[in-house]
Design a protein. Structure first.
Lengths: 120, 120
DNA sequence: TTATCATATGTGCAGATGTTCATATGATAA
DNA sequence: TTATCATATGAACATCTGCACATATGATAA
């Protein structure tokens, strides 16, 4: 414990110089962290998780999703909008229906990673 | 197009029998999906993301986190509580301070996976 | 054209969430 | 003991969010 105490923000016990160097003086760009939080936020709702989970098995139209998830067509449609904006799902028109599917493998991977944390 | 139309929930264009079998008739246990959404929800806040990101480099006490993240001690402490409950961080007492660190490698992995989706 | 089906969207509201402020707790030092 | 530092916590408040409801859009069929 040296006398450079007043260079620090905190008192003696504080780890402002962990391992001999300043501890993480800066974070990455604000915008990246904001986008990152936004991405996780999109996963962070039960209805959306159910939709994504259902789409892991096969592509599905809105009314099927509504039945599988167990909620209204309106709620599903609203959440699909959110998922589209986050580029987690894509869709195509097929007659009267709109058939949704997962946008890419990242979604699978993130869900799997989340599950592995839950189930450990 | 057969006449089993009334067994279906939707009309003709609907993909209720994708690839010849019923499309994802059921979801996993409600509780698992709820926990999964909850986990992602915990990642889904800018302040918490900043905290986790800062902890990727080194363990840190609360006041250092407050300075790095750029918010009040109270806000950080409240969020650390949330992160603790989600088992994303752990801590130990060291004198007056409480030194926080990431709970395990899952956190690293999930953040990395999220970033890779953002930056593609 | 009209009717119907599938989906999307605007609005309003109830519940959830994050922060601030004040205060409590817990540890150390005098 | 008292004083101070570091952290935790309770409460109030403003904002955000997901859903219900009504309605609009868009495609198909009669």
């Amino acid at each position: 414990m040296d006398n450079s105490k007043n260079d620090r923000i905190c008192g003696d016990g504080c780890s402002h110089e962990v391992n001999g160097h300043p501890a993480c003086p800066e974070l990455p760009e604000e915008e990246i962290l904001y986008d990152l939080a936004d991405l996780f936020k999109t996963f962070g709702d039960t209805t959306r998780i159910k939709i994504l989970y259902a789409l892991m098995n096969s592509e599905l139209c809105v009314c099927d999703l509504a039945e599988i998830v167990g909620t209204s067509q309106s709620a599903v449609s609203h959440q699909l909008r959110t998922l589209k904006q986050a580029r987690l799902v894509k869709f195509r028109r097929e007659g009267k229906s709109a058939v949704y599917s997962l946008a890419d493998d990242h979604v699978h991977t993130m869900l799997a990673q989340g599950l592995s944390h839950i189930c450990e």
